[in-house]
Design a protein around this ligand. Structure first.
Ligand code: FAD
Length: 510
């Protein structure tokens, strides 16, 4: 049962009912595709007739404009039928539609969006190349300006909807200048239409999963596209590309929720009907725990997806949310299906149940639409930036009565500044954090009215005397300092550093 969220409006709730009913009715057709591997053209026609391609498109271009939330609701339910259906739908939204909505001009929107809304045009997104995957900015395909046209040469790889799409949102290099590349101004975005001379499908990949969804290599040989097909200004390609990624990641995550729900359905009903050792195997707590894990993974993933979609609809920054939703859902999906197969035993691994196909499909989500490693890199960078104030190391001092390190909101100020007082500060820091260096920032907070230059000079002098160790950043600035053993001895007598728990016997100490 598709759970609605309190922030969904009536249109979202009605849409969820309609698309769920459509999925319930069409799951058998989706299962057929797992055997025939045929592209689901008929199902997509029905999706178009029901007006679901209109979801991301404003009313003036024939859409219903029900936002990222609406698109996710549709993607989730279509993915219950089969991923080929959800994938073709999602890729149309992120392969042209989104870019035209955000960066396209009125003429371009009028030309293509009404046809997308009617389901007459499918889209594709063309970033990856034979030589370029995670490092998308390093693409080699070129678009050279020639009068009122661009001439495109190169190849694209792994393209979903290859051959079946009508419009291809292509990114290509329009500048070789080092300055442009350094500022990410070397790429431009284009719409290339099927049928343009010189534009051909080079290869269709034989994939391990995602049956029924064409994926292939495209070749561009002296392909001429009019300047009017460029989305945004020349050099804006990276901006266009990056801008679309949050919706892409959220929609792909939504497209994993359907098989997660179906896998739970199969695992539970199988375990209820399979008798071993005289009882249904669902009675075994080990299977109940696996099912509990599946449910909690699904619920967390759905919450992340629809929370992100809501933020997208509110035009808020979603890099962290969308990346987290993509990373978490792809890993949760893989673990969930693995558990589902385990609960079903050997039957789960036969192709006679769809759960086996989910197992193969799940893996690719850790690669397509950006790998999990790339997601983690982004979360690390953006997450640290977002939490920077909270992550500041607390001031810790030796508590007067307890004699142990305790954090303090009022660190004692040191007014007398000299090499000696700095060395004593480092000695104090050794008592508090013996294995750590002290940051210059922390030192400055204790030493009143000291400039960077003054502190650097004193620290450098302590280092020259063998009393301190310094760490510098890439630019050569001192960032961390620590007293050497010699420095510790010079700063304080050994008694200062000693500490023993009350229960220790004196005879044990020397
Ligand atoms: C089924 C499928 C559908 C796809 N659909 C499309 C599509 O429609 N359009 C499109 O343009 N592209 C598409 N892609 C391409 C997809 O975006 C890339 O596969 C993805 O970006 C990773 O590139 P790669 O496979 O070349 O791996 P590589 O970039 O070669 O990476 C290989 C490994 O090295 C790791 N790695 C690479 N660089 C770093 C780094 N800096 N730090 C840490 N780890 C790193 C990766 O995480 C990965 O584990 C699709 C891919 C697949 C498999």
């Amino acid at each position: 049962m598709l759970e609605t969220y309190p922030w969904w409006n009536e249109k979202h709730k009605k849409l969820a009912d309609d698309v769920r009913q459509f999925a319930d009715e069409n799951i058998p057709k989706g299962e057929e595709i797992m055997w025939t591997r045929e592209f689901p053209s008929d199902l997509l026609k029905e999706v178009a007739e029901r007006g679901w391609f209109k979801a991301p498109i404003p009313k003036e271009y024939g859409g219903t404009n029900i936002g990222a939330t609406g698109c996710c609701i549709i993607a989730e339910e279509l993915s219950r039928v089969c991923f080929a259906l959800a994938g073709a739908y999602i890729t149309t939204i992120i392969g042209g539609t989104e870019q035209l909505l955000t960066f396209g001009n009125a003429k371009q929107r009028k030309r293509w969006l009404p046809k997308v809304a009617k389901g007459e045009l499918l889209g594709a997104i063309c970033i990856s190349e034979p030589v370029v995957g995670s490092d998308a900015a390093g693409m080699e395909t070129t678009a050279k300006r020639d009068g009122n046209e661009y001439v495109i040469n190169g190849k694209k790889k792994f393209i979903i909807n290859a051959g079946v799409a009508d419009i291809y949102c292509l990114y290509a290099k329009t500048s070789d200048r080092i300055e442009d590349k350094a500022k990410y101004n070397h790429l431009s975005a284009f719409i290339v239409e099927k049928g343009t001379p010189g534009f051909t499908v080079e290869r269709i990949n034989e994939l391990s999963g995602w049956f029924g969804l064409p994926n292939g290599y495209l070749d561009f040989n002296e392909v001429r596209v009019p300047v009017e097909n460029r989305i945004g200004a020349e050099g804006d390609g990276w901006k266009v590309l990056v801008n679309g990624l949050n919706l892409e990641r959220t929609l792909f995550a939504a497209g994993m929720l359907g098989p997660m729900r179906e896998a739970i359905r199969y695992a539970v009903s199988h375990a209820q009907r399979r008798i071993q050792f005289g009882q249904p195997i669902i009675n075994f707590q080990v299977n109940q725990f696996k099912i509990a894990d599946m449910i909690s993974r699904l619920r967390t993933a759905r919450l992340l997806v629809y929370h992100t979609a809501h933020l997208l609809d509110m035009k808020m920054e979603t890099v962290l949310e969308a990346t987290t939703a993509k990373l978490f859902t792809s890993e949760a999906y893989k673990m969930l299906v693995d558990d589902a197969v385990q609960v079903m035993g050997g039957d789960g691994w036969t192709r006679f149940y769809p759960v086996e196909s989910f197992l193969r499909d799940a893996k690719v989500n850790e690669m397509a639409a950006g790998t999990s490693e790339v997601m983690r890199t982004i979360i690390y960078r953006w997450g640290l930036k977002a939490m920077i104030k909270e992550l500041k190391m607390p001031h810790r001092q030796i508590h007067r009565k307890l004699g142990v390190p305790i954090s303090t909101t009022k660190p004692q100020a040191i007014t007398k500044i000299s090499e000696k007082s700095i060395l004593q500060l480092l000695a104090e820091d050794y008592r508090v954090n013996p294995s750590l260096y002290m940051s210059k920032e922390n030192m400055k907070e204790r030493l009143t009215d000291i400039s960077d230059k003054q502190l650097d000079k004193l620290l450098t002098s302590l280092k020259a005397k063998g009393l301190a160790l310094l760490h510098k950043d890439k630019r050569g600035n001192i960032t961390l300092a620590k007293a050497t053993y010699k420095g510790l001895r010079q700063a304080k007598p050994i008694e200062y550093y000693k500490w023993f728990p009350k229960w220790i016997k004196k005879k044990q100490l020397f």
